[in-house]
Design a protein around this ligand. Structure first.
Ligand code: ADE
Ligand code: ZN
Length: 341
C-alpha cells in the first residue's frame, strides 16, 4: 500500500526537501513584475502598467496565445548583460529554495535579437548567473535555446547560425511559442542540423496541438524529450510508444491550469500519465505568470490528485532520469532521493 499523507502540511514538507531537477523553465517566464518594473526604469522602457498589482491582474489567460502576447511584451524590458544575469539569478535563488539540484533552462533568443539585443549579451548574462549558482549552491545546469515556431524555419536557421560561437554553453535546442498551425514538420531541417552539431533536442508538443504533433516531434525532429505532451493521452498507440521508449514528458500543472489546457487542477492528467507508465516530470514553465515555482506545482497537483509519497518520489526520480546529465551524475542524484525518502 503506497504511503499516504495525512495533511497538506505533511505533503508540503516532504516536497520542500525532496531533491529534484527542473526540466521545463522558460527563463523569460520567471520575470517577476517587481523586476519588470525595475528593469523598465533602468532601461527607460515604457510598460503599459502603473503598478505591480496591475501587472498581476493582467495575468488572466484563456489560452496559450493570450499568455504569449503578454510574455513577449514583458521580455521587452531585458536589454543588458546585467538584466539577463539578474533575471536568471533571481530564478536560481527560487529554485535553490525549492531543493532543485539541477536545472535545464530554456531561453528564446529570437524574442531578444529581433529587438536589437546581441546574442553574446544574452548568453553572457545567463551563463554568469548559472556559473554563480554552481559555485554557491552546487546546482548544475544545461541551457536550451528554443526556436519560436510562429516564425519561419529560415529564421530558426539564422538563429542557429548566431549560436554557433556559443555552442560550448548551449546544450540543446527546443521549439516553443504558438503551437497550433505550426507543426514540428516545419522545423525538420533545422533540427537535423542541430542534431549533427551534437545538440540535445526537445519540443513543445501536445500542449494545445493534437497527438499528431507529438508523433511528428518523435519521428521528424527525433526529440530526446517532449515538453508537455498532455494530448498524447488521446492516442492509446502513442501512449504505448512513449511508455515503451521511456520518453520523458515535462509536465507543467499550474501552466496547464492557467492556460486552460485543463479545466481544473483536479482534472489534471498527471496521475493517468503515471499509471500509463509514462515518464512524467513536474515543472513550472513560466512561474511568474502561472502562479508558482516548481514546489508549488508539485503541491498543487499532489493535493488535487492525492498523490502518495511513492508518486512524488517517482516524479523526482523521473526529473533526473529524464535530464541531460550523464549516468554518474544521475546515479548520484537518485541515491540522494533514496536517502531522503
Ligand atoms: N513559451 C513560454 N511558455 C510557453 C508554453 N507553455 N508553450 C509554448 N511556448 C511557450
Ligand atoms: Zn513551455
Amino acid at each position: 500500500m503506497a504511503e499516504a499523507f495525512v495533511s497538506t502540511e505533511e505533503r508540503a514538507a516532504f516536497i520542500a526537501g525532496l531533491p529534484k531537477a527542473e526540466l521545463h523553465l522558460h527563463i523569460e517566464g520567471s520575470l517577476e513584475p517587481e523586476l519588470m518594473f525595475e528593469l523598465a526604469q533602468r532601461n527607460n522602457v515604457a510598460i503599459p502598467f502603473a503598478s505591480v498589482d496591475e501587472v498581476r491582474a493582467a495575468y488572466a489567460f484563456s489560452n496559450l496565445q493570450d499568455f504569449l502576447d503578454i510574455y513577449y511584451q514583458g521580455m521587452g524590458v531585458l536589454h543588458t548583460e546585467q538584466d539577463f544575469h539578474d533575471l536568471t539569478a533571481a530564478y536560481l535563488v527560487r529554485a535553490h529554495t525549492d531543493a532543485v539540484r539541477h536545472v535545464e533552462i530554456f531561453f528564446d533568443p529570437q524574442g531578444h535579437t529581433e529587438r536589437g539585443v546581441a546574442f553574446a549579451t544574452i548568453i553572457a548574462g545567463i551563463t554568469r548567473a548559472l556559473d554563480d549558482a554552481r559555485a554557491r549552491y552546487g546546482m548544475t545546469s544545461k541551457l536550451i535555446m528554443c526556436f519560436l515556431r510562429h516564425l519561419s524555419e529560415a529564421d530558426a536557421e539564422k538563429t542557429l547560425d548566431a549560436a554557433l560561437p556559443y555552442l560550448d554553453r548551449i546544450d540543446g535546442v527546443g521549439l516553443d511559442s504558438s503551437e497550433v498551425g505550426h507543426p514540428p514538420a516545419k522545423f525538420e531541417r533545422v533540427f537535423a542540423r542541430a542534431r549533427t552539431l551534437g545538440l540535445k533536442l526537445v519540443a513543445h508538443a501536445g500542449e494545445e496541438g493534437p497527438p499528431a504533433y507529438v508523433h511528428e516531434a518523435l519521428d521528424l525532429l527525433k526529440v530526446d524529450r517532449i515538453d508537455h505532451g498532455n494530448r498524447s493521452l488521446e492516442d492509446p498507440a502513442l501512449v504505448a510508444r512513449l511508455a515503451a521508449e521511456g520518453m520523458t514528458l515535462t509536465v507543467c500543472p499550474l501552466s496547464n491550469l492557467k492556460l486552460c489546457v485543463v479545466d481544473a487542477i483536479d482534472a489534471h492528467p498527471l496521475r493517468t500519465m503515471l499509471v500509463a507508465g509514462l515518464r512524467a516530470t513536474v515543472n513550472s514553465d513560466d512561474p511568474s505568470y502561472f502562479g508558482g515555482y516548481v514546489n508549488a506545482n508539485y503541491l498543487a497537483v499532489a493535493d488535487a490528485l492525492d498523490l502518495s509519497k511513492d508518486d512524488l518520489i517517482t516524479l523526482a526520480r523521473n526529473s533526473f532520469t529524464g535530464s541531460f546529465l550523464n549516468d554518474a551524475e544521475k546515479a548520484k542524484h537518485l541515491a540522494a532521493i533514496d536517502a531522503y525518502a
